[in-house]
Design a protein around this ligand. Structure first.
Ligand SMILES: [Zn+2]
Length: 475
């Protein structure tokens, strides 16, 4: 086992808070199938997002945090948000915005015996269940940080915690919520995003970049109804083959390299340098089958590939029966859903144009091709952070783990950061999180590494305290 369980030095009160208050409430949250709207068309009627929002809000209202106000903001047709606001302690200035989300990915795959997406299971330091790590823990960590500061009488700034419910669908509702609450959010002095990852569980990790994401549905139709494959096979081109040809326009089928020039950006030299010497092995992190050849010649190159190169994944398919039900028929159509990860610096809107052009120009054999692209999500490159921010983060990592923090580019996407960066240029944004080795957000057997969650809570508290006491630039 490459990553032994860790025993960080967390303050006793924080550990008790997690054990006695957070784990039971987070377990309850885990039972709610509050899937993101993209995976639950009936979400509004089903009410699971509202149930989860109410659970968080009610838990928040029981916290011993001075001047805390928690509400669920809901309007028809739009996913709710949970907003928690705590006035700053006497004499403290500044505002910190903390972000998380409560919507979940679907179960996706068969979970291990004894585990299930909506039945929380605690095994040692891990709390298994969908949404525990991505990103249910965030609200608890944010308010836990506030509570621990208030218990210790540590000055802290005004804090606004915003937990949205459309993140896993590309945050289509977030911009409207940010607009509606812009006065309340103000111009934050610091933004903390608790939805990111970590490369190991032996230190804190600061996210230096995120990839963007294009989600699209691509369909190829060749017939108006299915016909005998013995009769039409060899004459009517199959939709599967033509779809393969379309996908081959996007990526090299042998190497997996994305072929669209517009989707490639320059990798900053410090990214490759930073990846050298990081203690990380892809074969330990991902549950690969024995003998599988991974892309990249070294672990460092793999770290760069997963954070700064585009990549294509087919995530869903329609028009094909299950293997058991497959008959000898030449099917009328095949449709796939794709997720195309974009380098951090690529403009997602330009990528959409390139994608649509390459898929719809010159349809193979004149087949009917349909392309539907969902809201594109930009990647993000972290702004340079001032010392009071990086120092607070580093001190927590040293104190809790005895190790300095790491910094890495993550391969996932958090639309919030690109949105916030565009709204408040120059505002320091700290993205960190618990999605580490094996935690498997979006796949089966997702777990929250509890010591890491406690450490992130401690880091959040330290960052809040630092905001209240930092020396302001003159003028
Ligand atoms: Zn997430």
């Amino acid at each position: 086992m490459a990553h032994p369980e860790t025993h960080p030095r967390i303050e006793e009160s924080l550990r008790r808070l997690w054990e006695e208050d957070v784990v039971p409430a987070l377990s309850h949250y885990t039972t709610i199938p509050c899937l993101s709207p993209a995976f639950d068309a009936d979400w509004e009627h089903g009410g699971h997002l509202a149930t989860a929002a109410a659970l968080l809000a009610n838990w928040g209202r029981t916290r011993r945090v001075e001047g805390l106000f928690v509400e669920v903001v809901a309007s028809a047709g739009r996913t709710p948000i949970v907003l928690a606001e705590a006035a700053g302690t006497k004499g403290a200035t500044g505002t910190v915005l903390i972000y998380g989300h409560l919507d979940k990915q679907p179960p996706l795959g068969t979970w291990r015996e004894g585990l299930g997406p909506f039945s929380p299971v605690r095994l040692g330091e891990r709390l298994y269940g969908r949404g525990t790590a991505d990103d249910g823990y965030a609200f608890f960590a944010a308010l836990g940080a506030l509570e621990s500061l208030d218990a210790a009488g540590t000055p802290r700034p005004r804090v606004v915690v915003l937990v949205e419910a459309s993140e896993e669908s590309g945050s289509p509702d977030l911009a409207a919520h940010l607009d509606a609450h812009s006065t309340r959010l103000g111009r934050p002095d610091l933004v903390i995003c608790l939805d990111s990852g970590c490369l190991s569980y032996d230190r804190l990790w600061l996210t230096s970049s995120l990839r963007g994401n294009l989600v699209a549905t691509v369909g190829v139709q060749v017939l108006t109804e299915g016909v005998h494959s013995g009769s039409a096979g060899g004459v009517v081109p199959t939709s599967f083959r033509l779809l393969r040809r379309l996908l081959d326009r996007l990526e090299d089928p042998v190497t997996g390299e994305v072929r669209l020039e517009e989707l490639h950006g320059d990798v900053p030299p410090q990214v490759a340098q930073g990846a050298e010497g990081v203690d990380w092995r892809a074969a330990d992190v991902f549950p690969v089958v024995p003998g599988l050849t991974l892309a990249g010649r070294s672990e460092a190159e793999r770290l760069v590939r997963r954070s700064w190169l585009p990549s294509l994944t087919v995530t869903g398919i329609d028009g094909i029966p299950s293997v058991r039900d497959g008959g000898n028929v030449l099917r009328p159509s095949t449709t796939v859903k794709i997720s195309l990860r974009l380098p951090p610096s690529i403009d997602a809107t330009r990528a959409v144009t390139a994608l649509e052009r390459v898929l719809t120009d010159d349809p193979p054999e004149g087949a009917a091709v349909s392309v539907h692209v969902e809201t594109p999500a930009n990647g993000w490159v972290a702004p340079a952070l001032e010392h009071w921010v990086t120092d607070a983060f580093a001190e927590t990592s040293m104190e809790v783990f005895g190790n300095p923090p790491g910094s890495l580019g993550e391969g996932g996407t958090i639309p919030f950061l690109a949105m916030l960066g565009a709204r408040y240029p120059g505002v320091p944004l700290v993205a960190t999180g618990v999605l580490g080795p094996g935690s498997n957000a979006h796949g089966p057997n997702e777990f929250l590494h509890l010591p890491m969650a406690e450490a992130v809570t401690a880091a959040t508290a330290r960052l809040l305290a630092a905001t209240a006491t930092r020396s302001r630039p003159p003028g």
